[in-house]
Design a protein around this ligand. Sequence first.
Ligand SMILES: [Zn+2]
Length: 401
Amino acid sequence: MPRSRDSGAPITSPAAAEVFTMVLTRGPVSRVDVCRLTGLSSAAVTKAARPLIEAGYLRELAPTERTAPGAGRPASPLAIAPEREYFVGIKITGDDLIGVVTDLGSRIVAAKHHAVPGFDVRTDASASPMEPADVVAAIAALVTELLDEHPGFRKRAHRLGVAISGDVDRVTGIVRYSPFLGWRDVPLAVLLDEATGLTTTLENDVKALAVAEQWFGAGVGASSFALVTIGTGIGSAFVVNGGLVSGAFGVSGEIGHVPIGVEGPRCHCGASGCLEALASTQALLTEARRATGVDDLTIDRAVTLARSGDEVLRKVFAAAGRAIGLGLAVVANLLGPESLVVSGEGLDAYDLFEESIREAFSAQAYGSAARCGLVIRPLPFEEWARGAAAVAVQSLVTYSS
Ligand SMILES: [Zn+2]
């Protein structure tokens, strides 16, 4: 069952949700353009906008304010009031918690990292499970610290977004499966509601990044795009026909568990030949140690040696790059997105992958599917937490009758 939500902005109809989303993602925007883009009548837009203006979420700019250079002088365009509400976003990583506070427009206004005792030893899925109560307490402490940064935060923050890798059921707020925490079916959202006093929305971390991209980034207005992240895990999220693909059962976009090799290494998910078992940071390190015979080789050292010309290690990176390129071609061939954004902490060593990624992608992308191109973008860790906060913003707007 969906969890009940507290009342936030006065969004009481689908039209209000549509108008608010339009102004939030495209604003400042004239009423004429809101009508054109939503298909609503002028009267419907006025009716939907009025309570949002009265509650301080939207404001009308003076008619003389310009929306953009060369955009002319629109008549009283609508804009959001970014400081009307603040949102907390937390990303749970394999090592620590990253937290941000953003305003309504998804601008980061505060950020903090916390190491969590026990997280540092969790480098693989075979470690013993983390106690949910310990993780909840650590998140609650980080939320308190963030909200104490500014008096306005505590007064005007009501929602928390949490991004975590794995199988996450956003509707019920349950973590179905988290390999690195060792969790199955943990009702994390309810536990965090109680511990923080905020209304919590959980989302898979890559899907949360895609929400930030779709609402506040390069994906605004795009009818389809795909985001692939490379690093500790390999994940993807898709926007198709303007909507995030959630999957009927909460799982979609698990490109990390698409088989690239018929006879491949065993994956932590139980299957074999998964992209993640071939090209995640851990998989790369395991292969690098095997190929060099150096058991205590670190990933940083492997990168350094490969960059200085170590042929054995260069081949290890190139093989991982080929696997990633094939995975990207799978995405392009199945979805045909307008753009394919590749991001993640694994890109720190992108110079070692790039050639083989592009070669494998070009060789495998079918015909015009390759036209989406690859947009390679670094990903500061705060961006993951910003994605979580964007999910919290989205939960404010989501209208359910
Ligand atoms: Zn797998």
